[in-house]
Design a protein around this ligand. Structure first.
Ligand SMILES: Cc1ncc(COP(=O)(O)O)c(C=O)c1O
Length: 414
């Protein structure tokens, strides 16, 4: 339908497209659909009781502060808590290196706002996080896609890509969205070394790093970078901007995340954030801080990992049982997603149409590839559905694929 606004949109608005994931989430909220589509945490691990108690304490002891405007940088005790937490992972930062944002999605947008000129090239893993592409398309970003395999970004190919003169490199080293792949230590070191040699900064997006169910924790790219550079009197001055979030370790509805960067970058981001929303909700920050007192997060993350490990295992077993020959998938050591590769000639977007008829949903892989490709791939989320539903849903999906691929075993659908 035509409206008087149609010819008034700015040029940048023309590059805005609704996200395939968001569109899909609408379908998956229909009754009876088993969704492996969204990146939703398990609702059964949300700490509702702890939130109720924390809200009560915040309101009764500091109610007026909690309901007042706050500083753009964020609630100081929460930033101090994050600085202590970050130190445990081997990197010393001061509160001046930390900005609280309204979700990491806002951090991605603010980074676009302060760094990206129209036509700037950003070097990304292929596939990569769709939400980053969506945020940066608005600022006119162009992408240089670096191949990605079961060990992460193929850093041997990175050097070629660096010759395009990118503004920065965007990486997701832990349990990557969408593939679930973790970048090996060797590749992390190679990435830091090349970025340093070519003078190109890195943005490290790490929403899932703490959700490791097995294997050894690997140092963040930011940690490797600061080991090379050393710290400047306890302040971070390196080549990496690090993002993480409370969305997957607490609850996405609180819209709380943080950026760690050199203080000058934090200043610029703070100015950009003032124009966006003045500051992140004071009440939410105070409650997240209150919930976290006394070591709650460590305990809670252990609990989330137990639940997700079981769900991942159930999904891997179900895939083994139900997928036709020629279908392959990743075995993530943590996080929320795994990645399925179908035979070359099978288009997962077409499979999705059939799958939705059978009331099971996933995200087709193609939109995660900035330069196209991946039509035969799909992302499956294992955190949201209960083990029973995972079994049922993968059974349905296996049946859809067998039928679509024309193989013999036909399953019955409930
Ligand atoms: C890689 C990545 N970055 C950023 C985000 C956005 O997270 P937030 O809920 O903190 O905005 C997500 C959400 O799923 C993500 O997977």
């Amino acid at each position: 339908m035509q409206t008087p606004w149609d010819h008034r949109y700015a040029q940048r608005t023309q590059r805005m497209k609704s996200s395939a994931i968001r569109e899909l989430l609408k379908i998956t909220s229909l009754p009876g659909v088993i969704s492996f589509g969204g990146g939703l945490p398990a609702p059964d691990v949300f700490p509702v009781e702890e939130f109720m108690d924390a809200c009560q304490r915040v309101l009764s002891t500091q109610g007026a502060t909690a309901l007042q405007y706050g500083t753009t940088e964020g609630y100081l005790p929460l930033r101090e808590m994050i600085a202590r937490h970050t130190a445990r992972y081997g990197i010393s930062v001061s509160v001046d290196n930390i900005l609280i944002t309204s979700g990491s999605q806002q951090a991605l947008d603010l980074l676009g706002k302060i760094f990206i000129n129209h036509g700037d090239r950003i070097l990304v893993e292929s596939p990569t996080y769709l939400g980053a592409l969506q945020a940066w398309n608005t600022y006119g970003a162009e992408y240089v896609a670096v191949p990605f395999d079961e060990n992460g970004m193929v850093t041997d190919e990175l050097e070629k890509a660096l010759r395009y003169g990118p503004k920065f490199i965007y990486v997701l080293p832990n349990f990557q969205n969408p593939t679930g792949v973790t970048t090996s230590l060797e590749r992390r070191k190679h990435l830091v070394e090349l970025a340093d040699r070519y003078g190109v900064p890195i943005i490290e997006d790490d929403p899932y790093g703490q959700l490791r169910f097995e294997g050894e924790h690997l140092p963040a790219v930011e940690v490797i970078d600061s080991e090379i550079r050393g710290s400047d009197h306890g302040s971070y001055t390196g080549n990496v901007i690090y993002l993480s979030t409370f969305s997957k370790i607490l609850a996405p509805g609180v819209r709380l995340a943080w950026v760690i960067a050199p203080a000058e970058v934090i200043n610029k981001l703070t100015q950009a954030k003032q124009g966006a929303d003045l500051h992140t909700a004071t009440f939410n920050q105070m409650v997240a801080h209150e919930v976290g007192r006394g070591g709650f997060y460590d305990k809670h993350i252990r609990k989330i990992c137990e639940v997700y490990r079981e769900r991942r295992d159930v999904m891997l077993d179900a895939l083994e049982e139900h997928m036709p020959e020629g279908v392959h998938w990743t075995h993530p050591q943590g996080g929320l997603f795994l990645w399925v590769t179908l035979p070359q000639n099978i288009n997962s977007a077409e499979v999705l149409v059939k799958a939705i008829e059978r009331k099971v949903a996933f995200v087709p892989g193609e939109p995660f590839f900035p330069s196209g490709g991946g039509e035969n791939t799909m992302r499956l989320n294992f955190s949201y559905s209960t083990p029973d539903l995972i079994n049922e849903g993968i059974g349905r999906l296996g049946g859809v694929l067998r039928e679509y691929m024309g193989t013999s075993k036909v399953l019955e659908y409930k």
